[in-house]
Structures are given as C-alpha cells and as structure tokens.
Design a protein. Structure first.
Length: 133
C-alpha cells in the first residue's frame, strides 16, 4: 500500500518517458516538462511508451522516493493531450502535464479509463485570479 502525507497534489506527465530514468532523470523531467519543483512534496507520475509501466516520484521529507509498477498483462489507460483527456477537474500543468485528484490517480492505477468515468457535479473552488498590472 502506498501511503503519502496529505494534502498532496498529483501531477501526471502526459508524454511517454524512458522508464530507465531514475531519480535525477525524472526530477529533471519534472522541471522541464511539468514546470514544477520535485522537492515540493507533490507526487509526479510517469508512464512508458508501451503504457505497461508507471513510476511515481515524490519528496519524502528527507529524500526523493520512487515507486514503480509493471503490469504483467494489459496497459494503463493513460490520458493523452489536454483535448482528449475528458477529465473533470484536471488542469494543464507545464507544457505536457496534467494536475489530477488523488482519486483519479487511484482509478488510473486500477485500470479505469478516466475519460469514461461519469462524475456527479461537486463544488470546486475557483482558481485564484492573477493580478494584472
């Protein structure tokens, strides 16, 4: 079981990555692809081209931690670009990333196609407006 301190934000890289990458390679992708800080305490999710492997990178307070899963059969239903993701509440992150809810990540890891999930309307706090000078 994967237990992470809450609240944690989840950022998913929508483009396939080389699954041979380790801590430093994935941390560099967090900077370049997602425009985020790997030491922020957020959870970063990566998938390979064949979509049968997934890696989760997060800061555990005293160092980076890496969680890795390989499917023996089947693939993950990985969201593609922002246009075809069809996710309620998901927000673009960086040039090829997506911000998800933790519940969506759990569904993704269980093999559920997120675009086909029908959700009932819920309150969502509006994004903070940026000040313009």
């Amino acid at each position: 079981m994967l237990s992470l301190p809450l609240p944690v934000r989840v950022f998913l890289c929508t483009t396939p990555v080389d699954m041979r990458k380790g801590f430093d390679g994935l941390a560099a992708l967090v900077h370049s692809h997602l425009g985020a800080d790997p030491l922020s305490g957020d959870l970063f999710v990566f998938c390979g081209k064949r979509r049968d492997r997934v890696k989760l990178l997060y800061w555990a307070g005293d160092g980076l931690a890496l969680w890795y899963k390989r499917l023996e059969a089947g693939t993950f239903a990985w969201p593609g670009s922002a246009q075809d993701r069809g996710l309620v509440g998901a927000q673009p992150q960086g040039r090829c990333g997506l911000s998800l809810r933790a519940a969506d990540l759990a569904l993704l890891l269980e093999g559920v196609e997120l675009a086909s999930v029908k959700r009932r309307p819920r309150y969502q706090r509006p994004a903070a407006a940026t000040a313009t000078a």
